[in-house]
Write a protein that binds this ligand. Structure first.
Ligand code: C2E
Ligand code: CA
Ligand code: CA
Length: 622
């Protein structure tokens, strides 16, 4: 919104009206005080001068009065013609009768009788009457001297004029200076405005401006109807660019992302950088979700084009969440929240895609929050437990290994599966605590089995990628194992193939550390990722676990069989053992063993069981 153009004069703009009035009033008072003080001073010194002059003249002409010679008095007073401001002078006898006189002109006649001793002002003149002494005789008469005030007036006028001149010049200078100040303030205001509303890196609107734009869009639609689409765009893989090419290049990529988004949208649409690697867009007057989807598709396509960084090129993707106004909310905050949820959904679905908000999504998020809060409590109140599933060479044989699986039964008896809470734990960072908890529980259980004199096979513990990223992971793990009095050979870890492939470079070192400590590593859910066996040969891996999805199709699905036999033969060529997961039936077991699979694990070998049950299974007499 542009501010209404002001029609006030800039002078008035310098100060607010109230302040201006106060300043003018104060100046006026000061002016009046200075002028009246000057007036009083000038008048006072004039009076003193005239009194002195009158006394001196009185002393001179007193002889004529003593001699009773008026002509002599007149002649002596005629000398007053040399004192320019004196208009009239009258010498009076003791009885008050006029004795001798001088008149510059006749316009103003002298009073016939002597005025009282003292002085008085009349318009344009000052009258001073002094007593006349002769020799030792006092008060032989009086002398009146009347002077014009023209000199006083012109001196006051001169004073007022110079005062006004000074004040005017000072005011003008002040105004000029404050005008400059005002301009600088305006510039600063403008800069602040830019800072407050625009993103420094991309020049796009910032989150604050974006939120205002959403509110305005909402208001407009409440008034005019129709609809708009709100897009939250998260950049996938931006962190990698920052890490690899540095922040300056990261900023350049952000700028180009801003440009690509801007060019893909229409001119009337709003684009903003919401912070970090998150952008937002409002597709105004877009009430059809298909149109929004079309734009989102174009954006995903734009993002997929490489960003050239000198010789190298970088790749990113967009995860976009869409909320439609008014269907997905008619208030700005709700719409933003829903677009945000949709964006997270898009991200969780494997990035580089877009998702619309839906009520089920909302429910899913609520459920997640509930799980996250519950998990914190579960860790504190020890609601988590560990169960074990055997791995066997043939059905009915004693276990060669067991897999530890975490369980969460809430106090109300409901069971929440790891498939539901592990991803939440990963995102909320609780996974490390859960991992530590499980490992400690496993160590304790192994000790307890040993104390019962039972042969304990290696126990496999599942690790999530997030846990594994901790730099001190290998050391911490060995610490837990050894302080329980166990060795690395007692524990095996399972890492999911897809997790491993995502961050192979980061994991390589930790895997090397672990294997150097003697911990064996198994690759979980093998066959579901993009892994080639060749990279496996370079990693310290000792086991592959064929994913349940292939095993469940055995023995009838020839494709699954081909995959399984392929995995087994290649794994063996690399010196790895192969475990088949999810073995439920005898037919599957037979088929797998016929194809030289080393170990079987699944409901067919035993459901995941609590420690007491595992103890019975491990008892030789069984
Ligand atoms: P996973 O590592 O692939 O674990 C095997 C899952 O398959 C387990 O589910 C197990 O109960 C189930 N299963 C075993 N035999 C059969 C079968 O014959 N048929 C079928 N349909 N399923 C079978 P669970 O316990 O629900 O665990 C699910 C996933 O949660 C695990 O997959 C693992 O990725 C994760 N997980 C479990 N415990 C932990 C843990 O302590 N830490 C971490 N980080 N992840 C865990
Ligand atoms: Ca596993
Ligand atoms: Ca698995």
């Amino acid at each position: 919104m542009k501010p209404a153009r002001t029609t006030r004069h800039w002078l008035l703009n310098v100060f607010p009206t109230g302040t201006a009035l106060v300043i003018v009033f104060a100046l006026l008072i000061a002016f009046l005080m200075l002028v009246s003080q000057r007036w009083l001073e000038e008048r006072g010194s004039l009076l003193a001068e005239v009194k002195l002059q009158a006394t001196l003249v009185g002393e001179n002409v007193s002889i004529s009065l003593a001699a009773g010679d008026p002509q002599m008095g007149n002649d002596m007073l005629a000398a007053m013609a040399n004192a320019p401001r004196v208009q009239n002078t009258g010498l009076y006898r003791r009885d008050g009768q006029l004795f001798a006189r001088y008149d510059r002109d006749r316009q103003r006649a002298l009073p016939a009788a002597s005025p009282a001793i003292g002085h008085f002002f009349e318009p344009g003149f000052l009258n001073v009457t002094v007593p006349v002494n002769y020799g030792g005789v006092r008060d032989i008469g009086t002398l009146l001297v009347r002077v014009t005030l023209d000199g006083l007036y012109s001196s006051m006028l001169y004073f007022i004029a110079s005062l006004l001149g000074t004040v005017t010049v000072a005011t003008l200078l002040g105004l000029l200076m404050s005008r400059g100040l005002r301009q600088r303030m305006k510039q600063a205001e403008h800069d602040l405005h830019v800072l407050a509303l625009y993103d420094r890196v991309t020049g796009l609107s910032n989150r604050y401006a974006f939120e205002m734009a959403i509110e305005q869009t909402v208001l407009r639609h409440q008034r005019d109807g129709g609809g708009s689409a709100l897009l939250f765009i998260d950049v996938d893989g931006f962190k990698k660019i920052n890490d690899r090419f540095g922040h300056a290049s990261g900023d350049k990529v952000l700028q180009e992302i801003g440009q690509r988004i801007t060019y893909t949208l229409r001119a009337a649409d709003v684009v903003a950088r919401l912070g970090g690697d998150e952008f937002g867009a409002i597709l105004v007057n877009t009430s059809n979700p298909a149109d929004a989807a079309h734009v989102a598709e174009s954006l995903v396509r734009e993002a997929a084009k490489p960003f050239l960084m000198g010789e190298a090129s970088a790749h990113i993707g967009f995860s976009i969440g869409i909320a439609m106004l008014p269907d997905d909310g008619d208030a700005g905050a709700i719409l933003m929240h829903h677009a945000d949820l949709a964006m997270y959904h898009a991200k969780s679905l494997g990035k580089s895609n877009y998702q619309f908000f839906s009520d089920t999504l909302d429910n899913a998020v609520r459920r997640r929050l509930e799980i996250e809060e519950g998990l914190r409590r579960a860790l504190r109140d020890r609601e988590l437990s560990v169960v074990y599933q055997p791995q066997v060479t043939t059905l009915g044989a004693p276990p060669q290994g067991v897999e530890a699986l975490v369980r969460w039964v809430r106090p109300n008896g409901t069971n929440i599966t790891p498939c539901e809470f592990i991803p939440v734990a990963e995102e909320s960072g609780l996974i490390s605590d859960i991992g530590d908890y499980v490992l400690q529980q496993v160590c304790q259980d192994i000790l307890s089995l040993r104390q019962q004199g039972l042969p304990v096979p290696v126990v496999a513990v599942n690790l999530s990628g997030r846990q594994f990223l901790r730099r001190t992971f290998a050391r911490d793990m060995m610490h837990t194992i050894e302080s329980a009095g166990l060795t690395a050979a007692d524990i095996e870890i399972e890492l999911t193939e897809s997790v491993l492939m995502d961050r192979l470079d980061e994991y390589r070192q930790i895997m090397a550390d672990l294997s150097a400590s003697g911990v064996k590593i198994a690759i979980d859910d093998f066959g579901t990722g993009y892994s080639s066996l060749s990279y496996l040969s370079k990693l310290p891996v000792s086991k592959l676990k064929i994913d349940r999805s292939f095993v469940s199709e055995l023995p009838d699905n020839p494709n699954s069989l081909t995959i399984v036999t392929g995995i087994v033969s290649m794994a063996h060529a690399l010196g790895l053992r192969v475990v088949a997961e999810g073995v439920e039936t005898e037919a599957q077991a037979t088929c797998l063993l016929d194809n030289e699979c080393d170990l079987l694990q699944g409901y067919g070998t035993g459901r995941p069981m609590p420690l007491a049950e595992l103890a019975r299974l491990l008892t030789p007499a069984h």
